[in-house]
Design a protein around this ligand. Structure first.
Ligand code: SAM
Length: 297
């Protein structure tokens, strides 16, 4: 994973508002691919039913087979039983939990799967310190998350569960350490719609991209799960590179509610700070009965 993150089109910058962000190191033409990178980490979305922990597709009792080492169900495709995507939770189950996992119900959502992506991140500390260093540099917003409903549920459903189920050592990973990883996944995870259900992936460079409601780039995914960022307009040398974290077809109020709740910032882009949204009146109320209304006043 993540062999191709260096990039001569981009420069990493940092300021107090955005944290780290990316700028163009030369003029970039519309349509040009700026980033094409494999994930640092990928795993099931937090809320999911049982999925094959290798290919991350939906599974049920009939189309799955237990991993011979750890008991986690995988799909019947043999390739999924030899692939190393499932290594983190497999090794943790065999060597730390010391007891095979038995998934008895194939319901959605299934609580046991909520911690998988977090354990995959923690596993990198020993297995791959280079990936671990890249992960922990990402924004977690731990202070802003503290006290929120999401932080509390991550504490109970992920941190406490990891101590009980995977026998994670609290002296090696405190609750705060685990919750920092939960924050990193929440803030930087991209939903990858290549499987049913979609999975979540964290990328080194793409996770540094800032948000704008009028972004100059768009994102897509290759079949292999690489994230591809492409310029949608001419980007001049030195200009910030942005994508839209929210849905550009939502109103300003809805976009900002989503950004505050999930990414902990209020957008101050040109579109959000202009009540007319650049002359489009995109969030304005469309009064279908305007003539009746005028007549009545
Ligand atoms: C995916 S991370 C981007 C990388 C992050 N800046 C870092 O240093 O790791 C998303 C976070 O970057 C910051 N951010 C991104 N776009 C922003 C914007 N338009 N205005 C303010 N903060 C922004 C917010 O703190 C947000 O939660």
């Amino acid at each position: 994973m993540n062999k191709n993150a260096s990039n001569e089109l981009l420069e990493v910058k940092q300021n107090v508002i955005l944290g780290r962000y990316l700028i163009a190191s030369r003029d970039i033409a519309p349509g040009e691919i700026i980033i094409n990178e494999s994930p640092l980490i990928k795993g099931p979305s937090q809320i999911t039913g049982p999925v094959c922990l290798s290919c991350l597709c939906n599974i049920n009792e009939q189309n799955s087979l237990e991993c011979s080492k750890c008991g986690w169900p995988l799909c019947k495709n043999q390739a999924c039983h030899v692939d190393n995507t499932h290594e983190a939770e497999c090794n943790w189950t065999v060597f730390k939990r010391n007891e095979k996992v038995k998934i008895k119900q194939f319901i959605t959502p299934h609580r046991t799967y909520e911690c998988i992506t977090t354990i995959r991140c923690l596993y990198q500390q020993e297995k791959n310190p280079d990936i671990w260093q890249k992960l922990i540099k990402l924004e977690s917003h731990s202070e802003k998350r503290k006290g929120t409903e999401k932080y509390e549920s991550d504490r109970l459903i992920i941190a406490q569960f990891l101590y009980r189920f995977f026998k994670v050592n609290p002296e090696q990973w405190s609750e705060d350490d685990i919750l920092k990883i939960c924050g990193i996944i929440q803030i930087n995870g991209h939903e990858v719609p290549l499987t049913n259900p979609p999975y979540v992936a964290i990328y080194e460079l793409a996770s540094m991209l800032e948000h704008s409601c009028i972004p100059n780039c768009c994102k897509s995914f290759s079949n292999e799960g690489n994230l591809i960022i492409r310029a949608t307009q001419l980007i001049k040398k030195g200009e910030n590179i942005s994508i839209c974290y929210s849905d550009p077809l939502w109103s300003t109020i809805n976009r900002n509610e989503h950004l505050i709740l999930t990414k902990y910032f209020h957008c101050k882009c040109k579109r959000c700070t202009d009540p007319t949204e650049l002359g489009t009146y995109y969030s304005a109320v469309h009064c279908l009965n305007k003539y009746v209304f005028i007549k009545n006043i």
